[in-house]
Write a protein that binds this ligand. Structure first.
Ligand code: FES
Length: 142
């Protein structure tokens, strides 16, 4: 029998593959999350947290108490792993990861998967952190 969390994760994955942005945003809370701490300016995340079967969406929300907001970590076929601070550069609302972008619920700004502004009023890109991959970890320099 599936747990509620497993059900919600599989539902998010199904919605992403179906390209259903509206429903996806309603299920954003079901995305996988990982809590850690900044140590020596670095966040370390086990690679399995963003890869199947642990993570069927490929999106991970990383929380660290010393950061100004959650970090959206996602692997893209074209650009590799991208880590973005989820704080909108307009007025600081928390953006939501969508299948092919990130959207701000407050005033409608939209960012591409690398954090560049697609639609304003956001004045500049999301903060992007350098990422390094090791055999089993993702190292995010914050
Ligand atoms: S705070 Fe994001 S668009 Fe205004």
């Amino acid at each position: 029998m599936s747990t509620r969390r497993e059900f919600l994760k599989s539902m998010s994955a199904a919605l992403i593959s179906a390209g259903t942005p509206f429903l996806f945003s309603d299920c954003a809370g079901a995305l996988a999350s990982f809590r850690t701490q900044v140590r020596d300016g670095v966040l370390t995340v086990p690679k399995s947290e963003i890869e199947p079967p642990e993570n069927s969406t490929g999106i991970l929300i990383v929380h660290a108490s010393s950061m100004p907001g959650p970090i959206v970590v996602r692997r893209h076929a074209d650009v590799g792993i991208v880590a973005l601070l989820s704080i909108c550069t307009h007025r600081g609302c928390e953006v939501r990861p969508m299948p092919h972008s990130l959207q701000c619920p407050c005033h409608g700004s939209e960012y591409d998967v690398e954090g560049n502004v697609i639609e304003g009023p956001a004045p500049k890109p999301l903060t992007r952190f350098p990422v390094q991959e090791t055999a089993d970890s993702i190292i995010i320099r914050v």
